[in-house]
Ligand binder design. Structure first.
Ligand code: GLN
Length: 252
């Protein structure tokens, strides 16, 4: 039997920064290597989307100006059905600017208030300095992900927004090196059901293939109702690069 996955890519033209499209390439290629048929659905401004038919979604980061261009379209056109899909367990990864727009709002450092869809119980406030650099995190036990204890992810962050988590989300991880959600509380990212927001560009998934497979596995489990076993891939180079980065950033 050929497994199928429908992957929606939100605003690929306006929300694609620091190589975020690499996440799409990684998901596409890792599915292709396993004979999983992946259908890519770019979602631009004005698109009507049947979110109930989508298994996996990706929303990349963007400059404040890029976010301002699409925020109203996102909230008004996609918001209601996307929120319903997220509540129903849609697998969604959002990075930085996309993560911010899944929350309640983003108040930019120039005082512009960009609305979010409120799917994640977070809000973001822009600061006068940018939080920039390489980042390493350890997946937090409270995130309740079925990943081995102590799983670490690496990435690159560059944001003025400081994101604060409400009671309705769990942090994705604890910051080992870098700034994370706000540079203050040691958390990075947020998890709600199968939706993951974080500040990790890089691109995230090529650098962290175990997380790419975790998302693909969740999407297959949701569509087919069983935990699909993913054929192992040769990730020696990727994992060596990840280890090298962790050694540079953290004592491992
Ligand atoms: N414009 C947002 C900020 O600066 C998001 C940046 C990004 O996606 N890298 O916080």
């Amino acid at each position: 039997m050929t497994y199928r996955v429908r992957l929606a890519h939100l605003y690929p033209d306006q929300m694609n920064i620091y190589g975020d499209r690499g996440n799409i390439l990684s998901l596409t290629q890792r599915c292709a290597w396993r004979g999983i048929a992946l259908e890519l659905l770019p979602v631009g401004a004005g698109a009507d989307v049947d979110w109930a038919s989508v298994d996996l979604a990706f929303f990349g980061g963007g400059q404040d100006s890029g976010q301002a261009l699409i925020a109203d379209d996102f909230v008004q056109r996609q918001g209601p059905l996307l929120r319903t899909a997220i509540d129903a367990g849609l697998v969604l990864l959002a990075i930085c600017g996309g993560y911010q727009l899944l929350g309640h709002y983003f108040l930019t450092h120039t005082g512009e208030r960009l609305p979010g869809i409120g799917a994640l119980d977070v809000h973001t406030v822009g600061g006068g300095t940018r939080l920039i650099g390489n980042i390493a995190i350890e997946i937090d036990a409270s995130a309740q992900l079925a990943l081995p204890t102590g799983t670490r992810l690496v990435g690159f962050e560059n944001h003025s927004g400081r994101t604060y988590l409400g009671a309705g989300v769990r942090p994705l991880g604890r910051v080992l090196a870098g700034h994370g959600n706000n540079g203050e509380d040691g958390t990075e990212g947020a998890v709600y059901r199968n939706t993951f927001g974080c500040y990790m560009h890089g691109s995230l998934l090529p650098k962290n293939p175990q997380f790419a497979d975790y998302l693909i596995g969740l999407a297959l489990a949701r569509r087919y109702g069983v935990a699909a076993t993913l054929a192992p891939l040769d990730d020696q180079l990727e994992m060596a690069a990840q280890r090298g980065m962790l050694e540079r950033l953290v004592r491992v």
